[in-house]
Design a protein around this ligand. Structure first.
Ligand SMILES: [Zn+2]
Ligand SMILES: [Zn+2]
Length: 904
């Protein structure tokens, strides 16, 4: 059987592959040449993720991957780089490329009755059966894996191989032994490892589910298939909770595209296996083909919301492929309209990159013109034999209510104004609620910069509110909250969107964006019981003097949150500005020749301070200027008018009105009251914009991953306190507590008159202590978490401190660093000594007087010879079933054990 198509359909596709899609089949076969000729090798080393591996040291962009040329070349600056970390990153791409080539060979072999392709597919599969178990399952970054460093990558890889075996066997070319060997030596051990790691409601779990479903079908394992479709984070749950009612994935466009490709596999297989009964969920999945096209910018790139790569163009084969796969399932004019743009024969054709494609892990390339011959094996199996006539579908104003993103478009889609207000977006979300986006053709005036590398320090900048055009509160990045829509209406000549978010307890910030034909009005208002500072960043603009020149200020240090993701640490050349006129005039700092610049007029209700700085640009782009306006009040507003086509001459602000004076001599008077907005043109009819958002789905909770039940939280514990840590306290990486030879530790806690004394006995340890400030070549985490050491967290109510404590060999001294997200406000002293095969560490924390109860947690990191990352950690508050991946020295305050100190 085939898990993608029934035998009759597979037969019919042979005709298509030799008929209307023959150019596609022949193109894929030509690119398969090196595999057919045996000019490939299965990498022997596991892929290694590091800060430098695979990226250009000059510009930080991903280096070229060429399966036939192992040199590391940057396509941006042209330089060639060398080094072990680059060499060890390459297998990541290569393994995915090779697995996809096996599937190509299987598809072409079966559709074209091509013996050479079939033999090549089995040759590589046999090679994997030989080598798969040689890759060590250790030192992973995000879940167990052998060839890779993250589980979901192994899932994508395994999925290609399983589908290849399934197709080859459906084509009945060769029976028996080879298939059995691949099942036993690759599929079974690999899927066992994938099944051991559940990533909950995540884009990565889509791939784990797809791999489990495919492997389950190949192995005839009902339990695996049941779990992949119906489990607590199976396909059905992901379709109903992570794919939202508007068909968009809760983590934003970038993850939508990645997750939806995985959903395509899982839904296609589940339908074929008779396991997909829910029509409503299938409908939502089908809407997911068109959903990401609804938010496209005028230059046909995606707004780089959240952890997206920057400015990804839709003119790449995988987007055309997604339209084709959607149309194969049902008619949708939006998809036909998008294909009309993508198959536009006047768009210049460039390199599609397909020759080096790495399965479903995308590698973005510049925009290129496309034809059906540029698609992939999926289109060969599923795309319609011929397409109906293609008509471009206009890009219009749109609202994705479940995602929480409103878009008002003008000038036939050439102008885009977005208000990104809704979901905070999970772990890949940014603190950028109420973010404003403005693009006019190719000009990105207010832009979302997305994210560069996950293992580079710049990640903190891109994950700051300051990097966006969104309000900061009290000099810090926003908390992770969801915003809510208050109004959305577009009448064509005028429209508006209004949303709110509670950015501090009791402090609600509203933002209204009113869009006329060729300018916008932005009104940020807040109200609160307490006084708060609201700051609004604008990138790529300057405050200008009446002459039009950028205003020079006085160099001055800028105050702001000290957290790395508050972003202030990334500002340079900070200057305080003293604008002389009200409203304050602003203008874009860089304007391409022959194009109108952006001009703005801004006013605050309360006194404001004005700042200017240089900030990093979007990933791979030059740095740019920032203007930050800050205003402190119990309630207040920051209001501005922005014009991008020289349509506005000036703007005036009155207590309850904005008067926009246009270049053509007319004026528009804007008024807002009681959830309405009115625009009165001189001598014209008033336009009233309303707030009717009834019927709009505003909120639909995304399931949160449940934490393992803490071991002993129900009662307050008393001192002296002693606990032996073992299986219930173990937070594992690849090995279970048993397999890790049962790590253990004993924690004693007692108190003196003013101090809490924590003693940790670790009976067996390598005593491999990594210097507290050692550089970590792999990622942003402190290197010292990957050696022996203790993490201690103390909460006394008003103050809470957390430290990573690492002994210094040859002394009794203990080095410490403040744990991420914690303070070192409480005084602590620590010493250590060697004991038998292990060590003992004693930490004394001075408590404020009168404290009767404290929260405490103690974590013990452990490492073994031959590893480069910690194997696991013991957690005093309990951690059964949890994994140590990506936690660094972060810890949740609510997990701490409560200790009753009694009378002191
Ligand atoms: Zn470069
Ligand atoms: Zn962002």
């Amino acid at each position: 059987m085939s898990m993608l198509l029934d035998v009759a359909t597979l037969d019919a596709r042979r005709t298509v592959a030799r008929g209307s899609l023959a150019p596609l089949a022949q193109g894929l076969r030509a690119e398969l040449r090196p595999v057919l000729e045996g000019a490939i090798e299965i990498p022997r080393d596991k892929a290694l993720l590091s800060r430098t591996g695979g990226r250009c040291p000059n510009d930080g962009t991903l280096l070229r991957f060429d399966p036939l040329d192992a040199r590391h070349v940057c396509l941006v600056c042209g330089s060639e780089v060398r080094g072990e970390l680059h060499d060890r990153f390459r297998p990541y791409w290569y393994q995915l490329w090779l697995a996809e080539r096996v599937l190509h060979a299987a598809v072409l072999g079966v559709l074209l009755d091509d013996r050479e392709c079939i033999d090549a597919a089995w040759r590589v599969l046999n090679g994997y059966a030989e080598h798969y178990l040689e890759y060590p399952n250790r030192d992973n970054v995000l879940g167990p894996s052998r060839p890779f460093f993250s589980t979901y990558l192994e899932s994508i890889w395994l999925l290609q191989l399983v589908l290849a075996v399934d197709l080859l066997e459906a084509g009945a070319s060769r029976a028996g032994q080879d298939g059995a060997r691949v099942r036993e030596r690759v599929v079974e051990p690999s899927v066992a490892l994938i099944a051991s790691y559940d990533e909950g409601i995540s884009n990565r779990q889509v791939w784990n589910d797809a791999a489990m479903l495919a492997a389950g079908a190949l192995l005839d394992d009902d339990r695996l298939m049941d779990r992949a479709v119906g489990g607590t984070s199976g396909l059905r749950v992901l379709l109903s909770r992570a794919l939202l009612a508007d068909g968009s994935w809760y983590e934003g466009e970038n993850y939508h595209l990645f997750a939806h490709r995985g959903l395509w596999y899982a839904v296609t297989m589940a339908e074929r296996l008779g396991r997909m009964a829910d029509d409503a969920l299938v409908h939502r999945f089908d809407d997911g083909f068109a959903a990401p096209f609804r938010t496209l910018l005028p230059d046909l790139t995606y707004p780089s919301r959240r952890d997206s790569q920057y400015a990804v163009s839709v003119r790449q084969p995988r987007f055309a492929e997604s339209c084709e796969l959607g149309l194969a399932r049902r008619d949708d004019p939006r998809l036909l309209g998008m294909l009309a743009r993508l198959y536009d024969t006047t768009a210049p054709a460039g390199d599609t990159g397909r020759r080096a494609s790495t399965a479903d892990v995308e590698r973005n390339l510049p925009a290129t013109g496309l034809t059906r011959a540029d698609l992939s094996w999926r289109a060969l199996l599923f795309a319609r034999e011929t397409l109906p006539p293609l008509q471009p579908h206009p890009l219009e104003s749109d609202l994705l209510p479940a995602q929480g993103f409103g878009i008002i478009r003008r000038d036939g889609g050439r102008c885009f104004v977005g208000l990104d207000y809704g979901r905070s977006g999970g772990g890949h979300g940014h603190p950028d609620r109420l973010n404003l986006l403005l693009s006019d053709g190719d000009a990105r005036w207010f832009d979302d910069p997305g994210t560069g590398s996950y293992v580079d320090e710049s990640l903190h900048w891109y994950r700051s509110t300051l990097a966006h055009t969104a309000p900061l509160i009290d000099g810090r990045s926003q908390p992770r909250v969801d915003g809510e829509l208050e109004a959305f209406e577009d009448r064509g000549s005028a429209g508006w969107m209004r949303a709110r978010a509670e950015l501090a307890p009791g402090c609600v910030v509203h933002r209204s964006i009113v869009v006329a034909e060729d300018y916008l009005v932005d009104s940020v208002e807040w109200e609160s019981n307490d006084v708060h500072e609201i700051a609004l960043p604008f990138h790529g603009v300057d405050v200008v003097a009446p002459t039009g020149a950028a205003l020079a200020g006085e160099p001055a240090a800028i105050d702001g949150g000290a957290g790395s993701e508050d972003g202030f640490g990334f500002l340079s050349e900070t200057t305080r500005l003293f604008p002389e006129t009200v409203p304050v005039p602003l203008a874009s700092s860089a304007t391409a020749e022959g194009r109108a610049g952006l001009r703005g007029w801004l006013m605050t209700s309360a006194p404001a301070s004005w700042w200017k700085a240089v900030t990093p640009g979007p990933p791979g782009r030059p740095s740019q200027s920032l203007v930050l306006v800050r205003s402190t009040a119990r309630r207040g507003s920051i209001r501005s008018v922005w014009s991008w086509r020289s349509a506005v001459r000036s703007a005036e602000f009155d207590r309850d009105a904005f008067i926009v004076r246009r270049a053509d001599g007319s004026a528009h008077t804007h008024r807002s009251n009681d959830g309405q907005w009115s625009i009165e043109p001189t001598g014209g009819e008033i336009v009233e914009l309303g707030s009717d958002v009834a019927g709009v789905v505003l909120h639909e909770p995304v399931a949160r991953r449940e934490l393992a039940e803490p071991a002993q939280h129900d009662r307050s514990l008393s001192i002296p306190f002693r606990s032996s840590l073992g299986a219930d306290h173990y937070r594992a990486s690849e090995e279970s507590w048993e397999a890790a030879s049962r790590p253990a530790a004993v924690v004693h806690i007692d108190a003196t008159a003013d101090r809490l004394v924590v003693r940790v006995e670790v009976p067996r340890a390598e005593r491999r202590f990594i210097a507290i400030d050692a550089a970590n070549p792999f990622d942003n985490d402190p290197a010292a978490i990957h050696g022996d050491g203790i993490q201690l967290y103390i909460d006394v109510g008003e103050r809470a401190s957390g430290w990573l404590l690492v002994p210094i060999a040859g002394s009794t001294t203990v080095a410490r660093r403040t744990a991420e997200g914690w303070s070192d406000a409480l005084p602590v002293e620590a010493t250590w000594e060697q004991t038998g095969d292990g060590y003992r560490l004693v930490a004394a924390v001075t408590l404020p007087s009168g404290v009767a109860e404290v929260g405490v947690d103690v974590l013990v990191n452990e490492i073994t010879p031959g590893r480069s990352r910690r194997r696991g950690q013991l957690v005093l508050s309990g951690a059964r079933g949890e994994f140590v991946y990506l936690r660094a020295d972060r810890h949740e305050r609510e997990r701490l054990l409560r200790l009753d100190l009694g009378e002191r």
